[in-house]
Ligand binder design. Structure first.
Ligand SMILES: Cc1cc2nc3c(=O)[nH]c(=O)nc-3n(C[C@H](O)[C@H](O)[C@H](O)COP(=O)(O)O)c2cc1C
Length: 197
């Protein structure tokens, strides 16, 4: 299995980064090849509404995000991982989501066959508070994003109650389960996770 993950926290070695790495560790232990992109290291923009993709389904922006279209189309699993910022995904993640517009155009306007039914999407998110509706907004955004890019979202790994940089390392049970979750991805037997720390 080829996995592409987009790590959307600006904090390298922060909670999202660490949690995602444990998930990827589990997936690699089952033979997956992984391309993990830390979005903060890229220079890219969100959609600028130039309308060029309406012609051919190809984004006109040429930047560090451009090569990721091929990665998205050629991967078997795509993981989006983001911290919760103001009940939302981070702006780095949102810019990546907006770049999915070219694929939405390809799929829905130009009727290009970009959907691969065997391809799976996974959402990982981590927030500091424990509000009941913490993930309501982001779940909707990510479900719509995966649909737009022709991927079936199969699962999410959501964590509430973790704030300080690296704090997730204090929760061994969570990290052990993240490794197990990574294994489940490769075995296509994934169960959703919701941790309230
Ligand atoms: C700008 C900003 C906005 C935040 N907004 C929320 C929020 O609305 N709800 C929440 O539960 N946590 C919020 N947090 C806390 C982060 O989600 C939390 O610290 C998380 O563990 C950060 O993950 P990271 O280390 O991967 O960046 C916010 C943090 C920042 C910096």
């Amino acid at each position: 299995m080829k996995i592409l993950s987009l790590m959307g926290s600006p904090r390298i070695n922060g909670n999202t980064d660490i949690l995602l790495n444990y998930i990827l560790k589990g997936a690699k232990s089952k033979g997956a090849t992984v391309k993990n992109i830390k979005l903060i290291t890229l220079k890219y923009k969100g959609c600028i509404e130039c309308g060029e993709c309406e012609k051919n389904g190809i984004c006109s922006l040429k930047d560090d995000f451009s090569p990721l279209y091929n990665e998205i189309l050629s991967s078997d699993a795509i993981i989006i991982a983001s911290p919760i910022f103001f009940y939302n995904i981070s702006s780095l993640t949102q810019m990546a989501v907006e770049r999915g517009q070219a694929l939405w155009v390809a799929k829905y306007r130009l009727n290009k066959n970009i959907t691969d039914k065997s391809k799976i999407g996974i959402f990982v998110a981590i927030g500091a508070t424990r509000g009941q509706r913490l993930f309501d907004g982001v779940n909707l955004v990510i479900r719509y994003f995966f649909d737009a890019i022709g991927v079936k979202q199969v699962s999410s790994f959501l964590v509430k109650g973790i704030e300080k940089k690296g704090e997730v390392l204090q929760h061994k049970n969570l990290l052990d389960d993240a490794i197990e979750y990574g294994r489940e991805i490769v075995e296509f037997k994934i169960k959703d996770r919701l941790f309230i720390v």
